[in-house]
Design a protein around this ligand. Structure first.
Ligand SMILES: [Cu+2]
Length: 115
């Protein structure tokens, strides 16, 4: 086996363990939930540290209009949060995007409803 290719493979393997891609682990309000009272904030927890400059939460209402949110805050506990204005009843889509320390950008979205 070519020694350089083998070494590159080993190094890639090591770095992917040290710097995992961002995966959403828990969310508040919860994914696909129906909540009785309008939440005061969105709080998303990940499996790894997030780069604050590339981490953002957006909220889209049932009319496909973006809800104006304050700046997303990134915590030292692998999470990000954004405060919410008073939400009316209806379905909302949370869109998040972030970048981890390996430079990979990841995004995702989920929905929840206010009863
Ligand atoms: Cu990655």
């Amino acid at each position: 086996m070519n020694k350089q290719i083998f070494l590159a493979g080993v190094l890639l393997g090591v770095s992917s363990i040290a710097f995992a891609h961002a995966k959403l682990q828990s969310a508040e309000p919860k994914v696909d939930s129906i909540v009785e009272t309008a939440p005061k904030s969105i709080h998303l927890s990940f499996n790894t540290a997030l780069e604050p400059a590339f981490s953002k939460i957006e909220l889209i209402d049932a009319q496909n209009v973006a809800v104006e949110l304050p700046k997303t805050e990134v915590g030292t506990d692998n999470s990000m949060r954004a405060g919410l204005p008073a939400l009316k009843a209806g379905e909302y889509h949370v869109k998040w995007s972030t970048m981890t320390r390996d430079g990979h950008k990841v995004k995702g979205q989920y929905k929840f409803s206010v009863k």
